[in-house]
Design a protein around this ligand. Sequence first.
Ligand code: ADP
Length: 259
Amino acid sequence: VYHIYASPMLRLGEVDGAVVIVLDETQQRMAERSRQEFSANVSHELKTPLTSISGYAEMMENGMVASMDDIRKFSGSIHKESLRLIALIDDIIRLSRIEEEVKEPQSLEPVELDDLCEAVMESLEPVAKKAEVSLHLETCPAVLLGEDGMLSELVYNLCENAIKYNHPNGNVWLSLSQDEKEITIKVKDDGIGIPEESRLRVFERFYRVDKSHSKQIGGTGLGLSIVKHVVEYHHGRVELDSGLGVGTEIRVFLPKVIE
Ligand code: ADP
């Protein structure tokens, strides 16, 4: 959006010239709109579990729950929705912290990515076991100047998704490779895949493919948005390939040294 202000310069009653000011508001407006959309989305996402919690609690309060079984069912739902709320708030805080840091990068330190990947895979072992998914890791010694906590989160989110959106007996492969300039983190799965029209959108905040199916799986829709911001923080880039019913591969390229 360009705004053009023109004002003639008058001298002794004659037009001598003109002052033209061209103001580019595109960036500003887009940032403002994205902030507004984010607030609207956050309110909506927070309201949904809270409405359920308050509904269940009200029914219990009014004595509308007769049996012990019902009480167990209702309090179970309240518990589940509260956990969802906590996860959501955690992710929102994490995302806004990373967004702030992208604006003002903190000092970077050498991070041993092979150790980091091993630790993430180990922490996801119980999740994979429960989902009956096998984890495979292929690393090489790789050191990157970066932010340890953010990079762990990036690898964790990618691998957790690869487990979550998968089938029993599915597989997740995490691999590290490098050349002289950059390190590639690749997370591949043979899970449900992402439909073509959603492939560009999955990095948006709160975007989830097939909301009803995703709701059963659990998640906030913020994981890949966090990945995108961490990649941005490290001046890297991300690529995604996916086939419905075939699987998904996400590659993150990170420069070893940020210039
Ligand atoms: P969520 O918390 O829902 O997992 P993400 O931002 O991590 O949020 O991912 C956004 C959406 O992208 C997910 O809800 C899911 O529909 C889709 N998605 C992400 N990773 C995968 C994957 N490996 N396979 C299939 N779908 C995926």
